[in-house]
Each structure stands twice: as C-alpha cells, then as structure tokens.
Design a protein around this ligand. Structure first.
Ligand SMILES: *Cc1c(COP(=O)(O)O)cnc(C)c1O
Ligand SMILES: [Zn+2]
Length: 442
C-alpha cells in the first residue's frame, strides 16, 4: 500500500473543544463505563466491551431546532450536531434523506392500516444504507489523519467504502468473502480500490481484518473506527421522525446483521426525545434475519440473553454475520420495547422481494426481501397490530443481487417484429396468470 499509511496515535491529541461543532467529548465503554479519548479504538482495554461516542446533549439542544435542521443540507449532514465529526470538513456525497414512501398497496395486501417504507435502496452514492455509516466513518478517519481506509465487508460496505474513499481522495483496501454476488464485486472494483477476496465467510474476513488493522495502522470503518461508523445509522431514526412530521412511529421493522443498525435507530429516536425535537412515546422494535444465519432470532426465540455463533448459509449474504457484535444489545431492545425478532427462509426472502416490487414498485435486495417477509410473518401472527403506524426499513438495492430472483420472475415473451406475432403472443399472455407465466419460463 502507500508509504504514508498513518499512525492513529500520532494524530489523536486534537483539541476538539476548540471547534464550535464538537458536541462529543470522547468514547465510553458500553459495559463498564471507562472513558477514552476519541481516537481510532473500539474495544475497552479493561473488559473488552464496545466503545460508544459520548455527547454533550445540553450543547446539542442549544444549537438545534426543527427549523435549523430543515435549513440544513439535504443529506445526513443536516443532523451533523448529533454526529461524531469535529470539523466542518465532512464528506458529503448526498447520502441520506431517502424517501419515506407511504405503502398503501402493500399495507392493504397485508391487512394493516398505515405502513411506510424507508427506502435506502436509493441511498446515494451506492444504493444501500451503508453510505450513511461510511460517510461518517471516513469523515472521522480523515480528521484522525488516516490516509488509507479499509473494511471487512458482506458486500454493500465494500461498495460504499470504495466509492466514498474515491470521492474523498483516500487510499482504499477492502476485504470481502470470495463468494459474493457479482454485482457487489463489480460495484466495488469500478472505484479502483485494492480488493482482497478471502476464501472464507464474513466472520473469518473480519478476524483477518482485525489483525491487519493492528499491523498496518489503517482506518477500518467497521473495526477501529466502529464507534464513529455506527453513529451514522442514527440518521435512519432521525429522518423517519422528521419525515413523519416530527413524530415517532408505533412500530419499526429492520434487518439485523451485526445488530448495529437496529440499535442505532433506537438511539436516534431517544436522542431526538432527549433534546426536545419529538415527544416521547413507546416504539416497538422488531428485527429480521435470514433463517440460514439467525443467531439473534434464535436467542430471542429461546429466551436466551447470549448469542451462540452460527455458520451462515443463506442467499441474504449482506446480512449473513454469524457472530454479531451488537446481538445482545439488539435482543435487549426487542424485549424491552415489546418487539420481536423473527427469521424467514430463502424461498420466503425471494417472495418478499417480489411482493415489495409488485405492490410498491421498489426493487430491493435479499436483505429487504428478508425484512418484508418478516413483516408479513409478524402481521399474520398478530405480532403487528393493524392500527400501528409501522415503518419498514429497506436497506439495499435489488440490482445488486439479481441472482436471487433469476428464474422466479418469468421471461419476456419472444416475438417477431410483426403485428400478428404480437397479437398471438398477447392473446397467449392473457391466458397465463402470473404464476403460470413463471412456470413457463423456469
Ligand atoms: C450491512 C447491512 C445491514 C445491517 O447491518 P448491521 O450490521 O446490522 O448494522 C442491513 N441491510 C443491508 C443491505 C446491509 O448491507
Ligand atoms: Zn469496559
């Protein structure tokens, strides 16, 4: 790599309080409360607990109002007072402020009244929610003096890290499992990072990257920069509250990989309540996993408060993390908010992708198929009340996982460039219902 690979400890002594925007003043262990400087570290030296950013909420409350946020950029940076970036030199690639779509046809199909899709399938620049976390991580990485950034990825993170590093002019090195979908590999390579395809699953990739982080001193967005990275997911909570007219929903359903996204939506809602931007109310948190990699759903079902790691085997590769770092925190939130964590099999995931496309015109990837299939399962089991205002988080784009639906969505009818050929085919199409059409093509 580059000879200027930076040493994180050399640049860590910046005095952030000098900046008017520095609303955070360090890191704190989630388990034992030990405090640390806001450097590139992610685990507690004493108890190995995860570190989290500490904010001065009084300072934030003084600076923000609904009006000041509305006047801000049309991106996650409208919430910058809540994000761990000390300077005004953040990386803005128009990430965030994705549509909150009222999903009337899907709601009717499922038998519930008020359903919204938070559509990060069209998040910028790489069409998944990962652009949020990477924008924050790389902004912070640059402040901390890193010139090379990296990640251990299940696919979308590699796309985001490579694209946003390219935009910011940072050197980039990404690590992926060798069996990723073609769209995710191509969608990384095009930004010209160094890509290492590891012969192993994500959990093995992640272990390897922890070692590389130690030996090379690179900024790994989801390892040594994880406390900053994970804060980016709070914006999925902020945006939904703002888009609902400064109100919290009754129930949310989100996918779980490491569990980070899910726990940070919760934190985002809580922070808006804390600084007085929205009224407090109970929000139920439900989570979605693929059966072939469902360690959190299994623990939830069995009433356990520890996670037993699993070996992933599912088409929902972007959420296939067998040893989820934030699994126990996700369990805790599901239980204390009276939510549920459910899993669905690969066939149900494909059905979920098709259901969302056919009812709402949104083409999501396998993770979104998982979430929609779990939504359906929860409604059918009476675990989502038809009167609850429910928000479903769609986190990735279907064009990246085309393999998943290939063979399940029919084929075009082949015709000659002649009117009678069209008429015959059209006649025939009327006799085929959707299901037969599919069997014809398989
Ligand atoms: C990474 C990812 C998630 C979940 O991420 P967490 O590790 O739980 O924060 C969800 N959906 C998609 C499409 C992803 O790429
Ligand atoms: Zn600790």
């Amino acid at each position: 790599m580059t000879s200027t690979a930076s040493n994180p400890t050399a640049t860590a002594a910046t005095n952030y309080s000098a900046d008017r925007h520095a609303n955070f003043n360090g890191l704190k262990c989630k388990e034992c409360g030990t405090e640390y400087e806001a450097k590139a570290i992610h685990v507690c030296e004493l108890c190995f607990g995860p570190l989290e950013v500490v904010y001065d909420y009084e300072a934030i409350a003084e600076k923000v109002s609904r009006e000041s946020i509305k006047e801000g950029p049309i991106s996650i940076w409208r919430y910058r007072e809540f994000l761990p970036v000390a300077t005004d030199d953040y990386i803005d690639t128009s990430t965030g402020m994705t549509p909150l779509l009222k999903a009337n046809r899907l709601a009717r199909r499922l038998g519930i009244k008020e359903l919204y899709i938070k559509n990060d399938a069209v998040n910028m620049p790489t069409l998944s929610f990962k652009d949020r976390v990477v924008s924050v991580a790389l902004s912070r990485a640059r402040e901390l003096g890193f010139s090379t950034v990296s990640c251990a990825s299940t696919g979308n993170l590699a796309n985001s890290t490579a694209a946003i590093a390219a935009h910011a002019g940072l050197d980039c090195c990404v690590f992926i499992p060798a069996d990723l979908e073609a769209g995710k590999v191509l969608g990384t390579l095009v930004y010209a990072p160094k890509v290492f395809a590891v012969q192993g699953n994500y959990d093995q990739v992640n272990r390897l990257c922890s070692e590389v982080a130690n030996t090379h001193g690179w900024g790994f967005v989801n390892i040594n920069l994880r406390p900053y990275y994970s804060e980016g997911s709070k914006t999925l909570g902020f945006e939904v509250a703002e888009q609902l007219g400064w109100k919290l929903p009754d129930h949310i359903v989100a996918p779980l990989a490491s569990g980070s996204l899910y726990t940070k939506i919760y934190k985002g809602f809580q922070e808006f309540v804390k600084v007085g931007l929205v009224d407090d109310k109970p929000v139920r948190f439900s989570g979605a996993q693929a059966e072939g990699c469902s360690p959190i759903a299994q623990a939830f079902r069995e009433g356990r408060d520890f996670i037993a790691p699993v070996k992933p085997k599912t088409i929902a590769k972007s959420i296939a993390i067998g040893n989820p770092a934030d699994g126990v925190y996700a369990l805790d939130i599901a239980r204390k908010t009276n939510g549920n964590i459910e899993s669905v099999n690969d066939a149900e995931i494909v059905e979920g992708m098709k259901l969302l496309a056919e009812t709402e015109g949104v083409f999501t990837e396998t993770a979104g198929g998982t979430t929609i299939a779990v939504l359906k399962k929860l409604v059918e089991a009476g675990k989502i009340n038809p009167d609850e205002t429910t928000v479903v988080y769609i986190t990735g784009n279907g064009l990246k996982t085309q393999e998943a639906v290939q063979g399940y969505i029919g084929e075009p009818l082949q015709i000659e460039p002649k009117l009678d050929s069209f008429e015959r085919a059209f006649e025939r199409s009327l006799t085929l219902d959707r299901l037969e059409w599919q069997t014809v093509s398989v």
